[in-house]
Write a protein that binds this ligand. Structure first.
Ligand SMILES: [Zn+2]
Length: 225
């Protein structure tokens, strides 16, 4: 009865369309679940996310699960996750990523959310990618590691820099620790939205210091597809 009362004051609102959802099993309504635009990229080894990294970094697997359109439900959900404290939608969509990971039998030992700059994380209160990573971890039973890879300094967009400068700059952006722990592991880098892929590239280069590491990349959506 107490839950029903709370529900009356704070109704469970869909993170996709804003409609009130009866019950609190999900923060996404039945209609939005049915209408979620999917990329079906995971089974395609030459999908657009993989191609984005061609000639840049050598990822084992890479895919995004949902189609990002301006004003669409995916954009709305990601906005809820990033700016409105709706971390549960990140967890639920993370589980959807995990289902695709299992479908292609992709081995994952450790899930690493793309780190936010500490200052940005302090303002937001959380790293949205950590909740997506937790959804993946809940479903697959693998570990989430948000300690080994850290972002150190706040930098402007990396895209305008040359390749050599980028390498130089990378060491200053991401700091890697626990190299022994990651040795020989298949690491899954998780982000909310992939735009240019520059941040993923920087994380990849930092992680490449680890001996015999394998790195895959997933994100909820890509804003350039
Ligand atoms: Zn909805």
């Amino acid at each position: 009865m107490f839950r029903a009362f709370i529900h009356l004051i704070y109704p469970n609102v869909c993170a996709g369309c804003g409609s009130v959802i009866p019950g609190d099993d999900s923060v996404i309504c039945v209609r939005c679940w049915a209408n979620l635009p999917r990329t079906y990229q995971c089974k395609d080894k030459n999908n657009r996310t993989v191609k984005l990294f061609w000639g840049r970094i050598n990822v084992e697997h890479a895919f995004t699960s949902f189609v990002y359109t301006k004003g669409g439900i995916v954009q709305h959900m990601i906005h809820e996750l990033k700016y409105r404290g709706n971390t549960e939608v990140g967890v639920e969509l993370g589980v959807e990523l995990a289902k695709e990971i299992r479908k292609i039998e992709m081995p994952v030992d450790i899930v690493i959310p793309v780190p936010l700059h500490p200052k940005k994380e302090k303002i937001r209160g959380y790293n949205q990618s950590l909740f997506i990573a937790e959804g993946i971890s809940n479903y697959l039973g693998c570990e989430v590691d948000d300690k080994s890879l850290k972002r150190t300094v706040h930098t402007e967009s990396q895209t305008r820099k040359g390749k050599y400068e980028r390498w130089e700059n990378v060491n200053k952006i991401f700091k890697l620790s626990n190299l022994d722990k990651l040795e020989g592991k298949h690491v899954l880098l998780v982000d909310d939205v992939i735009t240019t892929g520059a941040t993923i590239e920087d994380c990849f280069i930092a992680l490449s210091e680890v001996k015999d590491i394998k790195i895959s990349v997933v994100a909820l959506a890509s804003s350039v597809l």
